[in-house]
Design a protein around this ligand. Structure first.
Ligand SMILES: Cc1cc2nc3c(=O)[nH]c(=O)nc-3n(C[C@H](O)[C@H](O)[C@H](O)COP(=O)(O)OP(=O)(O)OC[C@H]3O[C@@H](n4cnc5c(N)ncnc54)[C@H](O)[C@@H]3O)c2cc1C
Ligand code: HEM
Ligand SMILES: Cc1cc2nc3c(=O)[nH]c(=O)nc-3n(C[C@H](O)[C@H](O)[C@H](O)COP(=O)(O)O)c2cc1C
Length: 1066
């Protein structure tokens, strides 16, 4: 008796059609979630027609057996027949014209023939490079759009010698637009029941018009060629017109030739564009791979025009393309059906003619083939014979057997040429360094909203016109000179130039950098601010002023917008001392909780710059974000910085303005927008809707809430990731400022300043909105801000004595903010315009996502601890900005959010049968909830899931054991989790254990047993709990190995490297 194939719940009659199980906009995401939940085979049903989706190599291997299965033209592919008829791509299995065309065309796409298309490919390729060169480094490029033009023009030129000339038009040419519209509509029609299609008059009319335009143009080209065959190139069109099928002796009809032309354009443009766009994304997201591929291209091509002989030497480039298309196959589905009733995997029956789908993206991430790091981009797995040694049918981006892609050598050559010429000439950079991959889907998949910059490389031979790459040396010395000498931003104005660069994910280093820039003018410097990755080439940095670097570390790695800089720095050879004469200073923000990698990146940059010959101006500054005086540490360093710079740069050259010029400083207030996230330099944030906001704790216990969000379209996450939130200040704080300055909330002001600022300039804004949305009102004051506040108080004022004599006790220990101070000391008579300038920009806050995407696709939840406590300053209540903002959200409100991936290790193991052990307390339960939910969903549909053990600390069972009555109870009963609580105020109910670490020790036999079974460990919460759990693990090792503490600690470090991940909140 065969096993039933797992299937999600469905409705009668329509089956899964209206259940929302497949997201109509991005089905790829739904297939990923279904695969995670139901495993690598499951069944869907649309209006009574079953569809079996398969993604394990072992099962796919059976579906690729052409003696048992064949291609099935159905769904969107069948709709595409309206335009492409019996062309190769859409021909039915067994259709006679397919065999004839296949036999005539196969030789035309052979490797030799493809090599013959080199010049035509290069022609279009150089049009694209030329465009990028003209637009220059500051222009944000939409690579998907440009690569679509490239691929379309290339296929068209190579197939039928027709120039679409899409690089010479702002709008896409009519032919390309018609094809785009046709493909989108074909996809939509596949999702609409047949009887409904007749009612869609408007889209049907457009559909027919698009098809007519494509058909007419191809027919015209064929007619012209037939009328004037003389002198025509031996392109694909010629081969089709003249070729005879060796088997039947028949040629192709005109209608079939037209269908093939349309087919090549359809099959060849979006796919190649997707491959190139995804590859650019992966290279930018993986700087070390970027470095390697560029090094290979430099070695193979040097500064020469690309030639055919270069292509086979680009071995690493080939591996990069293979790896990119493994993770993101542009065509994600292969439709097949069995010739007869059959059994696959020895247990699942599939009836004849049942629609089956090979889910390529799932297949190409099967951990049984690709290992635990299947989700990572690692081209090395394609090198040194490893690709060739893969189990059969593990890598299928080009389809299967007789119906596999005929254009594969064509596309591969085109893509390799593009990568080589592009990276030879340009350095690529993200437009938004925090960009994470989102998908856009039509018939194919491409990156969504991905933008980059192409910065001409130093010394690269410029492209002077179409076709010039392969042609004779046409370099114009002026152009070459212009690029070599092109200055990056040089600060304008008076004073010594100064270059302030930051590497920052969550904004602290950026706001420190902003502080330095704001203060520069008063010290006689004219400063510019930019990300570290904006330095396109280290050798080109400016020497006419100091270079100041402020940067963070993340798991020992650079921040998103510093990765390329760090990579480049490490590549430079110290022997040549290329940075001689450059003067620099580094400041690092870090967190000691990451003990092994504390300040790793600032330290690395600081020492590397010195080795490369640069002159260190002062000792590296460092601040611990988890320590008590994070901002104060920065202030001290900044003070030192100005003293040092004053000594190094002769005062005579410093135009030290005794008074800051009015126009630079003045915030002109007139009673009279760019999106907030852009101003605050968080461009990836998007609006998300609140779906639920519920209290999780009993009154009296520290408040924790569950907040559910509808994610913006295409925003994906995995359990364990974070959600960044851009909050607003609580109304109570805004009212305090307005009251203090006697301002009306609705008064509109316009801020004008020449200094760099994240405040909204040059557009009117309500005072209420300014104080609510753009500045931090509760952040503890630093020495620098305190000094500036005191400038507005009368000297020798007795009422301010405390502030001056015992600052630590009076201000810092109480964590007073600037707002607290002006309220407490009315003698500080600062005007509101100056006050605004003192306030730090509003920062994003990160929260661990507490749900699994498998449970509710398109949604996610947070578990938030609300920060509200008697103020340490003794005046009322301290109200945390983001947690209270979240606490007060109502259903339907919108919030600015972005998913930020957590460290690769802080995710569930790909193998669901591996046990996991989790240590947490308070809202540190958040990511654990996501992990448990993921596993509960898998268990519920009959998957085999490893033991899931949770140690959780809280006060008492009835007060704050989060999710106790609903989810946790259900999950415990189903066996999805085994909960081991520790109650600090009811330890009798937890075997005398008060804290998480006590319970871990109490239950250590279970922990050890799971360790032996290969368990992965996760810790989340405050650093005290995390450290204590780590100590207990070391104690367990000592007990087990009977060794010293040092030996046990060493052993723990070894284990931690692979199997123990920590996420600390503060
Ligand atoms: C990777 C990561 C994941 C996280 N995940 C979660 C999560 O899942 N759930 C969660 O709840 N949090 C989480 N956090 C913490 C979260 O990001 C915020 O830091 C937290 O919610 C506080 O933010 P806030 O804006 O409310 O407080 P803020 O306005 O930022 O205030 C916090 C500051 O207020 C000061 N302060 C605190 N109490 C007082 C007082 N009584 N008097 C005076 N000053 C005081 C503190 O010194 C601190 O500097 C996470 C943090 C990180 C880094
Ligand atoms: C990276 C680029 C490309 C990818 C990923 C790709 C992928 C695929 C896949 C997966 C199939 C099989 C579809 C199925 O089984 O339903 C296919 C078929 C096909 N492709 Fe490609 N393709 C690419 C480029 C091209 C190009 C450039 C051309 C033409 C110039 C082309 C022409 C075709 C044709 C004609 C078929 C149908 C073959 C047949 O069934 O006989 N493809 N392609
Ligand atoms: C997930 C994560 C990993 C971190 N890893 C490190 C680390 O390895 N070393 C370190 O010194 N600090 C580490 N930190 C602390 C940050 O570097 C610190 O919070 C810094 O202030 C962030 O600066 P930014 O706001 O400019 O991005 C980490 C923080 C987080 C949230």
């Amino acid at each position: 008796m065969p096993d039933p194939i797992p299937s999600p719940p469905s409705y009668p009659v329509v089956g899964h059609a209206l259940t929302g199980v497949i997201d109509p906009v991005t089905p790829t995401l739904s297939y990923r979630l279904l695969r995670e939940k139901y495993g690598r085979i499951y069944e869907l049903n649309f209006y009574g027609r079953p569809l079996i989706v398969v993604s394990s190599q072992k099962l796919v291997n059976e579906l690729c057996d052409e003696t048992r299965f064949h291609k099935n033209v159905s769904g969107a592919l069948e709709e595409v027949r309206h335009g492409a008829g019996d062309g190769l791509f859409t021909a039915y299995h067994g259709e006679e014209s397919w065999g004839i065309a296949h036999r005539i065309l196969m030789p035309a796409f052979g490797p030799q023939q493809t090599l013959g298309m080199f010049n035509d490919m290069l022609d279009i390729n150089s049009q694209l490079l030329f465009k990028w060169e003209r637009f220059g480094p500051d222009h944000p490029i939409d690579p998907t759009d440009d690569f679509t033009r490239l691929a379309f023009d290339t296929v068209s030129l190579c197939a039928m010698s027709y120039r679409v000339n899409s690089f010479y038009q702002e709008e896409l040419p009519a032919f390309v637009r018609a094809m785009g519209g046709f493909l989108v509509e074909s996809g939509r029609r596949a999702q609409t029941p047949h009887m409904m299609q007749g009612f869609m008059h408007k889209s049907n009319t457009q559909y027919e018009a698009d098809i007519k335009l494509m058909v007419d143009l191809c027919d015209k080209i064929i007619a012209q060629r037939k009328a004037h065959p003389e002198g025509a190139k031996n392109d694909l069109l010629n081969r089709m017109l003249e070729g005879k099928d060796p088997k039947t002796g028949r040629g192709l009809s005109d209608a079939n030739i037209r269908n093939q032309l349309i087919t090549f354009l359809i099959a060849g443009h979006e796919t190649t564009s997707g491959l190139l766009s995804f590859t650019c994304y992966h290279l930018l997201a993986n700087p070390s791979t970027y470095t390697k591929i560029q090094a290979e291209i430099d070695e193979v091509l040097g500064n020469d025009p690309i030639q055919l002989s270069h292509l086979p030497k680009l071995v690493y480039t080939n591996a990069v393309l293979r790896e990119s298309i493994r993770l993101n196959a542009p065509l994600g589905m292969l439709n097949v059906t069995p010739n007869e009733d059959t059994i696959i995997g020895g247990r699942w029956e599939i009836k004849k003619d049942t629609r089956c789908v090979v889910e390529i993206n799932g297949l190409q991430r099967d951990p049984e083939v690709w290992g635990d790091d299947a989700e990572e981009f690692r081209p090395e797995r394609m090198l040194d014979g490893k690709f060739e040694a893969l189990p059969p049918n593990s890598w299928k981006p080009f389809g299967n057997g007789a119906r596999a892609c005929i254009g594969r050598p064509f596309a591969w050559q085109e893509a390799t040429m593009m990568m080589a010429t592009m990276l030879q000439r340009f350095d690529l950079r993200f437009d938004d360094p925090s960009y994470h991959l989102h998908l856009k889907q039509t018939l194919t998949t491409k990156p969504k909203d991905f933008k980059m910059h192409a910065i001409p490389r130093r010394g690269a031979r410029p492209i002077v016109g179409p076709g010039s790459l392969a042609g004779p040396q046409t370099t114009s010395p002026e152009t070459a000179e212009k690029h070599d000498a092109r200055p990056a931003e040089v600060p304008v104005g008076t004073g010594i130039p100064m270059y302030v660069y930051f590497g920052s994910n969550t904004g602290s280093c950026e706001s420190f950098a902003q502080n330095v820039v704001s203060d520069a003018l008063a010290h006689g410097f004219r400063a510019v601010i930019a990300t570290l990755d904006s330095i396109d080439e280290l050798a080109k940095v400016h020497y006419d002023g100091p270079m100041i670097i402020l940067t963070a570390s993340y798991e020992g790695q650079p921040a998103d917008n510093a990765a390329h800089f760090v990579e480049g720095l490490q590549r430079l050879a110290p022997e040549k001392r290329p940075l001689t004469n450059l003067k620099y200073a580094v400041f690092g923000a870090g967190n000691r909780d990451w003990a092994m990698t504390y300040q790793r990146i600032p330290t690395l940059i600081d020492s590397k710059m010195e080795q490369l010959g640069a002159e260190r101006l002062m000792e590296r500054g460092r601040a611990d974000a988890g320590g008590a005086d994070f901002f104060g540490e920065f202030d001290k360093w900044e003070k030192n910085l100005w003293e040092t710079l004053n000594k190094v740069y002769t005062p005579s050259t410093i135009e030290q303005p005794t008074e800051v010029p009015e126009e630079e400083e003045e915030f002109v207030v007139t009673v009279t927008g760019t999106a907030r996230q852009i101003r605050l330099r968080q461009p990836d944030l998007r609006d998300s809707k609140v779906l639920e906001n519920r209290l999780l704790t009993k009154p009296g216990a520290p408040e924790k809430r569950h907040i559910q969000f509808q994610l913006p379209e295409g925003m994906e996450y995995a359990a364990g990731d974070y959600l960044a939130i851009l909050p607003k200040n609580p109304d109570v704080s805004v009212r305090r400022v307005l009251k203090h300055f006697n301002l009306q909330p609705d008064t509109k002001i316009e801020i004008k300043t020449k200094a760099s600022t994240t405040l909204p300039t040059d557009e009117p804004i309500r005072l209420h909105d300014l104080f609510s949305e753009y500045v931090e009102l509760a952040q503890p004051v630093t020495q620098r801000v305190l000094d500036q506040l005191l400038q507005f108080a009368p000297k020798d004022n007795v009422r301010l004595r405390d502030l001056l004599t015992d600052t630590k006790t009076a201000v810092f220990d109480k964590r007073l903010s600037a707002l607290d101070l002006i309220e407490m000391y009315p003698d500080i008579n600062i005007p509101p315009t100056k006050f605004v300038k003192l306030l730090p920009s509003m920062r994003i806050r990160q929260y661990s996502i507490s749900s699994s995407p498998v449970a509710k696709p398109g949604e996610c939840s947070l578990t938030v601890s609300i920060v509200r406590a008697p103020s340490l300053g003794g005046h009322g209540e301290f109200v945390g900005v983001a947690s209270n903002y979240l606490a007060h959200l109502e259903v339907g409100d919108t919030v600015c959010v972005a998913v930020r991936p957590s460290a690769a290790k802080f995710h569930l193991p790909a193998d669901t049968t591996k046990p996991i052990v989790m240590f947490c307390a308070g809202s540190g339960f958040a990511p654990m909830r996501g992990f448990i939910e993921d596993r509960a969903e898998q268990l519920a549909v009959g998957r085999e899931v490893g033991k899931t053990l949770l140690f959780v600390g809280c006060r008492a069972p009835d007060e704050d054991l989060l999710y106790k009555d609903k989810e946790l109870k259900k999950w415990q009963e189903s066996g999805a989790v085994d909960v081991r609580p520790a109650f600090s105020r009811a330890s009798d109910a937890s075997y005398g254990c008060k804290y998480t670490q006590d319970r871990v020790w109490n239950d250590r036999a279970d922990v050890k047993a799971l360790y032996r079974e290969g368990a992965r460990f996760y810790t989340c919460g405050m650093s005290g709990m995390s450290n204590a759990c780590r100590e207990k693990c070391v104690d367990m090792i000592m007990e087990e190995m009977n060794c010293t503490q040092d030996a046990a600690s060493q052993k723990f470090q070894d284990i931690a490297g692979e199997r123990y991940s920590i996420d600390v909140f503060g």
